[in-house]
Ligand binder design. Structure first.
Ligand SMILES: Nc1ncnc2c1ncn2[C@@H]1O[C@H](COP(=O)(O)OP(=O)(O)O)[C@@H](O)[C@H]1O
Ligand SMILES: O=C(O)C1=C[C@@H](OP(=O)(O)O)[C@@H](O)[C@H](O)C1
Length: 312
């Protein structure tokens, strides 16, 4: 997640926006125009729990804000077909989610914020970036600054507090920090919702991060190397240390699998929308495998039929 004063749409991912094809999304356009900009989460909507997210031993700071995936008048998708597929997949899972939050986990740069904003938009959920919430709670402008002035341990404590507070809320998509998976307590919080691992090859991650620089990601910031080498070397070490931690997630979205399905081996060709569609597919598979928690697949038709009958 990128660090900056404003939470509003820092990431301009290739494939997200007019530059990637230019056609406006038919179904998202009007809604986006109506709701452009950031939303304030107040007591009446997301609840007092969010407002209670505070750093330990630091003073209260600005109210929490969430962002929508809207980007002015630009389209989020490459084509109307893609937008419609995304919408259909989201309708399939919405009923089963029944307001449960979605937590995106994955290494730094795996696209948790970029894909998370698309999922939030299409599901009608609010989006939160847990790094941003930690910055707000601590009252510091960046994660890098928190690591420098305090420590990684201090950041991790606050990250857990943020996840705890978010876990009492509903209808959120949360982009967690890449290291959130290492603390078992965080899984207690994330298991209240549904977690999705964005599994991206290290080479692709290092290329993405090298493009934007490593300054905002303190664990990768090694001034002696060129940005790609610094990112690749450190990401490899972190991947080894973290072992299977990401695999605790309920669903796994493998970019290599999506690329193979699309008939090419290059994950860099995948758009964030491709990945969001696959995430919804994997969420759909997970809920279908857990009918006791998420309801039977097919309940959606029964539910909409009974609503239609009631409306007669
Ligand atoms: N599918 C993608 N293809 C290419 N670049 C991407 C893709 N998804 C995200 N990015 C870019 O990679 C960088 C990291 O993405 P981000 O969503 O901030 O990751 P995370 O939140 O997991 O750290 C950003 O510059 C973003 O624009
Ligand atoms: O992997 C990690 O340990 C971290 C990932 C970062 O978040 P992103 O995954 O959003 O970059 C941020 O929480 C911090 O720099 C530590």
């Amino acid at each position: 997640m990128e660090v900056g004063a404003s939470m509003a749409m820092q990431s301009r991912a290739p494939g997200v926006g007019a530059g990637a094809g230019g056609r406006r999304s038919a179904f998202l356009g009007r809604e986006k125009q109506a709701r452009a900009g950031s939303l304030r989460v107040g007591a009446g909507t997301a609840g007092a729990a969010a407002v209670a997210v505070r750093a330990r031993g630091t003073k209260p700071v600005a109210p929490l804000r969430c962002v929508r995936a809207s980007r002015g008048n630009e389209s989020l998708h490459n084509s109307v077909d893609e937008a419609l597929l995304l919408k259909r997949k989201s309708e399939e899972v919405l009923f089963h989610l029944n307001g449960r939050c979605i937590y995106l986990v994955g290494m730094m740069g795996s696209g948790k914020s970029t894909v998370g904003k698309i999922l939030a938009e299409v599901l009608g959920y609010s989006f939160f970036d847990s790094d941003k919430l930690v910055e707000q709670a601590v009252g510091m402008p960046s994660v890098a600054e928190i690591f420098k002035v305090h420590s990684e341990a201090f950041f991790r404590e606050n990250e857990s507090s943020v996840l705890r507070d978010l876990s009492s809320m509903r209808r959120l998509v949360v982009a967690t920090g890449g290291g959130a998976v290492i603390r078992p307590i965080n899984w207690n919080y994330m298991k209240k919702g549904l977690s999705v691992w964005l599994d991206v090859p290290l080479d692709a991650l290092a290329k993405r991060i090298a493009q934007v620089g490593t300054a905002s990601r303190p664990l990768l910031d090694q001034p002696s190397d060129d940005p790609y080498t610094a990112a690749f070397t450190k990401l490899s070490m972190l991947a080894e240390q973290r072992g299977d931690a990401y695999a605790n997630a309920d669903a796994r979205v493998s970019l290599e699998e999506i690329a193979a399905k699309q008939g090419h081996g290059d994950v860099s060709k995948l758009t964030p929308t491709d990945i969001a569609i696959e995430a919804l597919l994997k969420i759909g598979n997970f809920v279908a495998e857990h009918p006791k928690t998420y309801g039977q697949v097919g309940d959606l038709q029964a539910d909409s039929q009974s609503r239609r009958i009631q409306a007669l």
